[in-house]
Design a protein around this ligand. Sequence first.
Ligand code: PBG
Ligand code: ZN
Length: 336
Amino acid sequence: MITGLDQRTSTIGFTRTRRTRRTASLRGLVRETHLSPSSFVYPIFVTHGKNVREPIKSMPDQFRLSLDQLRNEAKELLALGVNSVLLFGIPASKDASGTEGYATNGIIQQAVRVLKDTAPDLTVICDVCLCEYTDHGHCGVLSATGEVLNDESLPLLSEMAVTCADAGADIVAPSDMMDGRVAAVRTALDDANFSDTAIMAYSAKYASAYYGPFREAADSAPQFGDRRGYQMDPSNAREALREVEADTAEQADITMVKPALAYLDVIRQVRDLTNLPLAAYNVSGEYSMLKAAIANGWLEEERVILETLTSIRRAGADILITYHAKEAARWLAVHD
Ligand code: PBG
Ligand code: ZN
């Protein structure tokens, strides 16, 4: 008599997915998603001073670096196969319009020159936003009543993009979330003869609590109110697709979803919508929460970090902007 069990283990049998999980080599053969340091972008905080390597308390193993520290940093990154950096500046002084952000000799413009001088092959991306440079901490300029003005902010952001391009930046990344900024930046770059400088648009940038540690690192917290009037509502996904469509029409070269982990569904939907290269920003709070659990011995460091980065790639991101870039590259080098 044939029992149900016998039927299921017969030669035709049921679907056996475990056959291809048996050995490391078989698992490698059928692996769908790969991590490669060449798709990592490492964010760097640049500050004035000499020999400064100041730890950021809320982000273990991340530092504010002075210009002289950048040469070694660039060499270390290239040796690891991490070929791209995203620069954030901490200015000497702040004012209402964020002057140091678009100054020819601002901290970020100087950093680009140092990096390009040391490592011409390193892809240098400049975050374009005013919040690190304004005394009020908002991403654009304000009206008399404290509203963030859209159209009045565009020329300043465009000027920041042009001065970064002039210093040698390969890519500028507007993160301010003003409407029309990609078109404004593109036009300004073209008019200044920087038609080869690419734009990575923070298209779907959410008003997220996960930016907390970054704001300590970059000293860029808004001094009043919040960013909900210009960054996206975490409840919305279709709106993210509209943002991507708008930035595509305005000639963005790369589009971005930020943060990554709480928005993996958005990454997937944007992936299915666009053929542009897609970046995901694994932000400061996402980094710090893993590091905190790891420090407590609650999570296994290498496994949880590589699993997390893989999940962002699997969701559809081509490019991973991550503070884990260096350690992940080290682990990948051991295994490959
Ligand atoms: C500037 C900017 C922020 C981040 C990247 N660019 C902060 C913000 O919007 O408040 C956050 C990055 C991170 O948390 O790692 N607008
Ligand atoms: Zn900003």
